[in-house]
Design a protein around this ligand. Structure first.
Ligand code: HEC
Length: 301
């Protein structure tokens, strides 16, 4: 009986150790999951959003970020500010947050894709060597009557050029979609700004766009470029978009600092100052003159 119990304990201890070894093994992420990049550009807004999400959903186990104080679990959750997290690509972190494992819950159903990316954008603010990944070759597919049309876009960051490649499936085989009009747009606050005239794809289904170098981007020079098929009624809405960092950085200039009519403090134009004081002085001069005349009247008595 005793011997049986001891054996049972040994067996239990062994199972626990083995399962622990099992869990502390490398957490492998499939290659195609690693190459996934964020669907939203990382910005101050996503970082703030990520911070709130982290404090609400992750802090209980991972501890205050940067404080190296995760819960003493096995395997350890780790501090997201640490090298253990910094060394992983965005896609790997996304995969782990999405799917979870052992003590790490899956957030697939509790947080949206955008929320999980926002979390990563926040965690990345603690990784000084992190370089943002920007999606390459976005593609859009749309099915229309008779086949489907696929748009693939590749970007040349140096020349500020983009190549749009259109192919269609017709009766089961893939063919280049020629003579299709493609329009390029830039996302602006109040809609999309058209960039030149639409370009027709050539016989191999290719249209090449060249962008001006003085496009205005956001505060870090990013802008979102959108390609769309113009003949929507024929092909449906086929859109591909991509954030590039070609834009000129947008620097806010306070109009009050300009040397103009509406300028204030030191920015007031000299002519305005002079005429203002001129008017004030002449008003006082007139008053003085009137007073002087009144005094003269008194002296007459
Ligand atoms: C219930 C506790 C718990 C919560 C809540 C939790 N985690 Fe974890 N997390 C863990 C544990 C434990 C591990 C280690 C899992 C392993 O290696 O098997 C882990 C691992 C991870 C990893 C992988 C680390 C690595 O080294 O590969 C990431 C990324 C991660 N967590 C992110 C998050 C985020 C983001 C949140 C909030 C949305 C979160 N976790 C919430 C316990 C938790």
């Amino acid at each position: 009986m005793n011997r049986y119990n001891t054996l049972k304990h040994i067996a239990l201890a062994l199972t626990l150790t083995i399962s622990n070894i099992g869990f502390s093994q490398e957490w492998t992420v499939p290659e195609d999951a690693k190459s996934v990049v964020s669907s939203v550009p990382f910005s101050e807004m996503t970082q703030q959003q990520g911070k709130d999400l982290f404090n609400a959903n992750c802090k209980s186990c991972h501890g205050a970020i940067g404080a190296n104080a995760p819960l003493p679990l096995n395997p350890s959750p780790g501090d997201p500010a640490s090298e253990r997290f910094a060394a992983q690509v965005d896609g790997a972190l996304f995969f782990k947050i999405t799917n979870g494992r052992a003590g790490m819950p899956s957030f697939k159903n509790t947080l949206s894709d955008a929320d999980r990316w926002a979390l990563i954008s926040y965690i990345r603010t603690f990784h000084p060597n992190y370089k943002g990944a920007v999606a390459e070759n976005p593609s859009a597919v749309n099915t229309f009557k008779g086949g489907n049309i696929q748009m693939k876009v590749s970007f040349d960051d140096e020349k500020h050029m983009a190549t749009v490649n259109l192919s269609g499936t017709e009766n089961g085989s893939v063919v280049p979609a020629s003579s299709v009009r493609v329009g390029a747009f830039v996302q602006r606050y109040f809609g999309q700004m058209k960039l030149g005239e639409p370009i027709k794809t050539n016989a191999s289904g290719v249209a090449t766009f060249e962008f001006p170098t003085d496009l205005q981007g956001d505060s870090i020079g990013q802008l979102k470029i959108i390609f769309k098929l113009i003949d929507e009624d024929k092909y449906g809405l086929v859109v591909a978009e991509q954030t590039v960092n070609w834009g000129e950085k947008f620097v806010y200039q306070n109009p009050l600092d300009q040397n103009a009519l509406w300028g204030d403090r030191t920015a007031v134009p000299t002519w305005l100052l002079l005429s203002y004081f001129g008017v004030v002085l002449s008003v006082f001069a007139v008053i003085g003159w009137v007073v002087l005349q009144l005094l003269k009247l008194k002296n007459l008595k």
